[in-house]
Design a protein. Structure first.
Length: 453
């Protein structure tokens, strides 16, 4: 037993970190794939084989049927899994996920983990499900317990926002998901007819086959605002902000954020450039250097430009982008005309960045890992041409501190490890591989993922 009231030594923390592992879950548009991150090579500096260090135990996860995670190439020939079309994670309860399959069935489930010694062990547990009955579900997002009425949280319900299409119209439906049941809270039409949506052009001028390209559908860090963006309508970017509101009768609703006179949204004036598409979004915690109530949003576009917006929360439910603290990142060295496809928050820049916070929190290591927040002073931006920039916040604004240049690859997902903060995990669809990049030492390890993604 250990008294958590006493300071934990660095040696003990390093041992806990070394002996822990972290699961990686990835959705490739059809399957859910999981892998295990072993930090020993990065924590101890013993990178013996850079081709395989860091990642192992790659599996296909059957989230809607059996709940099992099958090692690659071990799936029975006659075993069929429904295709998973979209997926999201609960930011507060990181073991909870929601997925939708090609039968339009939505499921909320909990990740239980995998054990290499017990491949038949259940990896997931279904919590709730529903069949919304719309033509297509494009994206989903959990709503925080902080913005839900008590009638929902008292019954352990989860709020799930779904971006749907029906009869040529985009719609947002908010459902409350309970154990074994669900309830529709509200349905809001989005003023973007699907017939007018032009998918985002790729760097070679080609266009995706799907009718709608949704680049993000998520809440801001304050959890009060739901953001929707992507595609092009009439030559301009799609961007909508909705406030999550609860009235006196505890009715949950979404309200479009706009100026009552001009009908413009708070940052619409910045996004009116013809041909501009928002290709990525990152919601960061508020920087300590800037007091007040606001959300900090960072956008990447298809022209290789980064934008930052300080969205102030005003009285009366109003929101306003502060001109002095909003605009283009002038120090960016991304290639002009090449889309910035990924903006990635991190949990520190070194493998032991969180050790002091663990010592201050007096929490068990595993509990802290599930609660640790994104850094508010560091993030990464990855261009479609493989250029990765590291950004740090200083008293005079954001500066690019370093850059790396990867071989141009079809990277479709990027995330930073919580267990080893300096490790950036990417999935390259073209080569079918997970890749671990050590941002502190600029080295890369790769695990091939064959046949599963």
């Amino acid at each position: 037993d250990m008294d958590m009231r006493k300071p934990i030594g660095d040696t003990t923390l390093k041992m806990w970190q070394r002996d822990s592992t972290e699961n990686i879950l990835y959705h490739d548009g059809k399957d859910v794939v999981c892998a295990r991150l072993d930090p020993k090579a990065f924590v101890l500096g013993e990178l013996t084989d850079p081709r395989t260090a860091g990642l192992d135990d790659v599996r296909l996860v059957d989230v809607h049927m059996s709940g099992q995670a099958f090692p690659l190439n071990s799936l029975p020939r006659d075993y069929e899994m429904p295709a998973i079309t979209c997926m999201c994670q609960d930011r507060a309860n990181r073991r909870d996920f929601a997925t939708c399959d090609d039968n339009k069935m939505v499921s909320v489930w909990r990740w239980l983990g995998t054990d290499a010694a017990e491949p038949q062990k259940f990896a997931t547990k279904v919590v709730s499900g529903c069949l919304p009955g719309f033509d297509e579900i494009h994206a989903m997002c959990f709503l925080s317990e902080d913005v839900l009425p008590r009638r929902i949280t008292d019954k352990s319900g989860k709020g799930l926002a779904m971006l749907l299409s029906q009869n040529g119209q985009l719609t947002i439906m908010v459902c409350t998901m309970y154990q074994g049941s669900h309830h529709i809270e509200c349905i809001v039409a989005v003023d973007v007819p699907l017939d007018d949506v032009v998918p985002i052009a790729q760097s070679d001028g080609s266009r995706p086959a799907q009718d709608v390209e949704i680049c993000f559908f998520t809440t801001t860090h304050s959890e009060r605002l739901l953001t929707l963006g992507g595609g092009v309508v009439g030559g301009h970017a799609i961007f909508r902000l909705f406030e999550v509101q609860v009235d006196a009768q505890e009715n949950l609703r979404l309200v479009l954020v706009e100026d009552p006179e001009t009908k413009e949204q708070p940052i619409e004036c910045f996004l009116g450039t013809p041909g501009l598409c928002i290709t990525s979004l990152l919601n960061l915690p508020k920087p300590n250097l800037i007091p007040g109530e606001y959300d900090w949003l960072i956008f990447g576009d298809n022209k290789g430009t980064l934008y930052g917006f300080k969205l102030n929360h005003l009285d009366g439910g109003r929101y306003e982008a502060e001109d002095r603290a909003s605009g283009r990142f002038r120090r960016s060295t991304h290639t002009e005309g090449v889309a910035i496809k990924h903006l990635v928050g991190c949990y520190g820049e070194e493998h032991n960045s969180h050790h002091k916070e663990v010592q201050k929190s007096c929490l068990p290591y595993s509990v802290f890992m599930n609660k640790v927040a994104l850094s508010n002073k560091t993030f990464y931006s990855l261009g479609e041409d493989g250029i990765l920039l590291t950004w740090n916040l200083h008293s005079d604004g954001w500066r690019c501190s370093s850059n790396s240049h990867f071989q141009r690859e079809d990277v479709v997902s990027t995330h930073c490890s919580r267990l080893v903060p300096n490790i950036l995990v990417r999935y390259d669809k073209a080569s079918g591989s997970f890749q671990c990049h050590d941002t502190a030492k600029n080295r890369q390890a790769r695990n091939s993922v064959a046949g599963g993604a």
